[in-house]
Design a protein around this ligand. Structure first.
Ligand SMILES: [Zn+2]
Length: 67
């Protein structure tokens, strides 16, 4: 399985959208657990890193890259 690089402040898309209809989450805490916040309704979720990596589909906006 390929590991996708992600970092603090990135906007990511998950395999399942939030019930509010938004599928863009901002990474607001890194560590053994990852906290992401729905950009639609500001609801935040804490996930173990392994689960986050399984559920993440792709990075929409990388905070560390200009584009
Ligand atoms: Zn939401």
């Amino acid at each position: 399985m390929q590991k996708k690089p992600f970092g603090l402040g990135d906007i990511v898309e998950m395999k399942k959208p939030h019930p509010c209809g938004t599928n863009a989450w901002k990474v607001i805490r890194m560590g053994a657990d990852i906290r992401i916040k729905c950009t639609g309704c500001e609801h935040s979720v804490l996930l173990p890193r392994s689960r986050f990596e399984k559920r993440m589909k792709r990075i929409l906006v990388s905070a560390n890259e200009p584009e």
